[in-house]
Design a protein. Structure first.
Length: 320
């Protein structure tokens, strides 16, 4: 991507990280998937449609004139040229859009399929529901000496388990981990495993596979698998690919780890964090108890000295 070319996700990142935005002052190009959403135009013939990010669950509004709109196809990928605008409405909300320059667009030649749209909808649904807090769950359970129940779904010949258990060998006693071996490339087996585990009240369900070819990863872009995982009450975690292999299933997970080793490291660190917290609290408690004992000791000394002072005073009064 050139320095002057953007996507909806990169535009949103600019908004989140900047106050004075240089992009407002100049013409930019932006690429994404065009989605017709407006039903009527304003009095100047402009429609407010959407441009979907091809990778992330983000979109930005496009201000499209009827003249351009008649040439665009819903669900197709384009590169547009226009101006980046920001408006503050009377209620304080900030709205942004790209106002397109007439006839300034290029057809990238591929469509956003119906299946792609359904996958995008799942990403949006997850973004709206939010991610379950894995860190908080582990901290609360471990702090109260309750073993988190973790189900690991993995392939029949997977090497991922070795990576995980070698990392948590010193803290394994703190977790209750159950392994479920399946054919990790079978859609039916993955869905069956997820549905069965939903009935067993696990705190965390991890689906792990490790690296491999992109062909192996295609199964994790399946919408039905993603939808099943999205409906789990358990915290759903993935570790099924490398950084450049991200799939739909990873996008809708509550937490994605690049490798099984990193998941193991996360569990190891979570336990150590709780132990450090307990040690600190114990140390603080001892310190407070010591201070309290010292305070009581000083108070007793003060009382004794006070009494001695009174007695000495009485004696001196009798003498003189």
């Amino acid at each position: 991507m050139s320095s002057n070319e953007y996507t909806p996700a990169s535009i949103i990142a600019i908004l989140n990280n900047s106050i004075n935005i240089k992009e407002f002052q100049r013409q930019i190009t932006i690429k994404g998937i065009y989605k017709k959403t407006a039903s009527i135009a304003n009095d100047k013939g402009y429609y407010w449609d959407n441009l979907l990010d091809p990778v992330e669950s983000k979109n930005i509004s496009l201000c499209v004139h009827q003249k351009i709109r008649n040439q665009l196809e819903d669900g197709k990928s384009y590169i547009f040229t226009g101006y980046f605008n920001r408006y503050i409405w009377n209620d304080g909300k900030i709205a942004t859009n790209i106002t397109l320059i007439n006839d300034s667009f290029s057809d990238l030649g591929f469509y956003y399929t119906e299946e792609d749209k359904k996958g995008y909808d799942l990403r949006i649904k997850k973004a709206n529901e939010g991610h379950k807090n894995l860190d908080l769950l582990l901290e609360e359970k471990l702090y109260n000496n309750i073993k988190p129940h973790i189900a690991i779904i993995t392939g029949n010949a997977s090497k991922a388990l070795g990576d995980i258990f070698s990392t948590i060998k010193n803290v394994k006693h703190a977790y209750n981990i159950k392994i479920f071996h399946i054919n990790i490339t079978s859609k039916n087996e993955i869905i069956k495993a997820l549905n069965e585990l939903e009935q067993k009240n696990f705190d965390i369900v991890l689906l792990t596979r490790g690296g491999g070819s992109n062909i192996d990863l295609d199964i994790f872009n399946d919408r039905e698998i993603a939808e099943t995982a999205l409906n789990l009450d358990s915290i759903f975690v993935t570790s099924i690919g490398h950084a450049d292999d991200k799939s739909l299933l990873q996008d809708i997970s509550d937490r994605d780890f690049i490798s099984p080793t990193l998941f193991g490291t996360f569990l190891d660190n979570a336990y150590k964090k709780v132990i450090n917290r307990k040690n600190y609290e114990q140390s603080l408690q001892i310190q407070l108890q010591t201070q309290e004992l010292e305070f009581k000791r000083q108070k007793k000394i003060s009382i004794v000295l006070f009494i001695i002072g009174i007695i000495l005073g009485l004696i001196l009064n009798k003498i003189f």
